[in-house]
Design a protein around this ligand. Sequence first.
Ligand SMILES: *Cc1c(COP(=O)(O)O)cnc(C)c1O
Length: 370
Amino acid sequence: MKVPFVDLQALHSEIEQELREVFDRVLSNSTFVLGPEVERFEKEFATYIGSAHCVAVNTGTAAIHLALAALGVGAGDEVITVPHTFIATAEAITAVGARPVFIDIDPISFTMDPTLLEVAITSRTRAIIPVHLYGQVADMDPILEIANSHGIPVIEDACQAHGAQYKGRKAGVLGIAGCFSFYPGKNLGALGEGGAVTTDDADLARRIRMWRDHGSSKKYEHQFPGLNMRMEGLQGGVLSVKLKHLDRWNDQRRHAASEYAKALAGSDITIPAEMAYGRHVYHLYVIQSDHRDNLRHQLAEAGIESGLHYPIPLHLQEAYRSLGYRAGDFPMTEKVKSRILSLPMYPGVSPEAVAKVAAGLLEGCHVNQG
Ligand SMILES: *Cc1c(COP(=O)(O)O)cnc(C)c1O
């Protein structure tokens, strides 16, 4: 039995009929860009998250980019985020002409360490972007308290955290804006690219709507030079169908996580911690071990796929060499990056698959000790 890292085919076969109805509807109505399918999804997603507004865009990267742009962040400004994330978080910052300023993570939650925030703030800091990595929300209360005391807006990178909670509230309503990706492999994924910004701020939502559509709210009248980052009608319709299943799929991920935890208990593998403040939705199930490379090899031999999220921290990426960071600048990020291993995790992953992965890991531990 081979175990894939994700299985989108199985997920989609479950809802194939509903998806085909969307294809037919979009084809017969020619509602290809924005339009009624996208408007309905925006309303449904805002209701699901608990935000007053949702603006659908074409990627998660665009969601962060436009949230920053609509807040007026630009050249000469600094935006604080973490180096242990997907590069898109930082790319959105550089896309508006601002400078990413990194602070280290807390190695238990894998998210922004709030105790490092205050000293990183300067007179140029215009936004703070905590990342709810792997499906777990960053510790938002202390982050918001420090940000608010300086009057700096907090944008959530919730691209891996659809449905995750912090003290009973969902990711996406905690900061001034929540940014989501609907890349196919995310907890809520389109059949192609997609993204959205959630916010309670009506004026911010209005400006993001204009930014995504050439700086315009009325056809051929442009208030400022914007961009084309509109969601496609097909993706809006698909996301409406899939949103109805999101809670059940997240529950399946949580169930698989608890099976992994049971199977790996007592071994020298560190399993991911669910922080007491929240509800983890396990976009990724990331274990830690000193023998990561051996374990990964062992799994591959047994026909089990695994992943590394992420192998090179952003401050050590060639793309951000000009920022002037060095190895050693972020010890926690650098420590976990050589210990992390992402295991197969997707809705519907079978108990047999989880057992096989766990057995492969325990076997690997044995080999390392021997
Ligand atoms: C996926 C992701 C993004 C970017 O989303 P895209 O839709 O791929 O542009 C940004 N941040 C994080 C943490 C992500 O995982």
